[in-house]
Design a binder for this molecule. Structure first.
Ligand SMILES: [Zn+2]
Ligand SMILES: [Zn+2]
Length: 187
């Protein structure tokens, strides 16, 4: 029954790639392969973050590092982000991209007592998918936390962190906003 329902839905509203318009999926394999995984890290400072550094002395104390998954300057990534608000199915691509990114992080062993947390309902499904795939649990007490979010810095995130207790809290964000101001103090 479910399949018939799906079939009819697809017939009435065919799935089309958000980038090239090809049918059968919301993001085709070719376009998915074009999405750039971020290569540049910045420290956790909300303003004037330091490039290629995970932490500086001005970083929020409770954050051990911020990992940015996507290149926020890439139009295709931006488009995927915007459309995911209208088409929830697109979120599974974010799960895939986050997993691809996490596999590349070699600075620590992900199995070493890690735990996922999601910053809000918006990333709940994404986090569940990643947890299922990586076998890393969600929202359990743990030494090391990977906090999943779509954007950093974000005031909600800083509030959530105040209530989390862990030795290391790492932020895993889809996008990083780089704010550069002069002569302004950091929070
Ligand atoms: Zn496509
Ligand atoms: Zn910093």
């Amino acid at each position: 029954m479910k399949n018939i329902h799906k079939y009819l839905l697809n017939l009435l509203f065919p799935k089309k790639c958000i980038n090239c318009g090809r049918e059968n999926s919301f993001l085709c394999e070719d376009c998915l392969s074009l999405i750039e995984i971020n290569q540049i890290d910045y420290c956790a400072c909300a303003q004037n973050p330091i490039k290629n550094k995970l932490k500086c002395e001005n970083c929020p104390q409770k954050i051990s590092g911020v990992f940015t998954v996507l290149n926020e300057k890439q139009k295709l990534s931006q488009n995927l982000f915007l459309k995911s608000k209208l088409i929830p199915e697109l979120n599974m691509y974010f799960s895939y991209l986050i997993i691809s990114y996490l596999k590349k992080i070699t600075t620590f062993d992900l199995n070493d007592d890690f735990n996922f947390f999601y910053a809000n309902e918006d990333v709940k499904k994404i986090t569940e998918n990643i947890s299922q795939f990586t076998k890393i649990p969600i929202n359990k007490k743990s030494k090391n936390i990977l906090l999943i979010t779509k954007k950093y810095p974000d005031e909600d995130i800083l509030e959530i962190i105040q209530n989390l207790e862990a030795k290391n809290i790492y932020i895993v964000t889809l996008f990083r906003e780089i704010k550069k101001y002069q002569n302004e103090s950091q929070f």
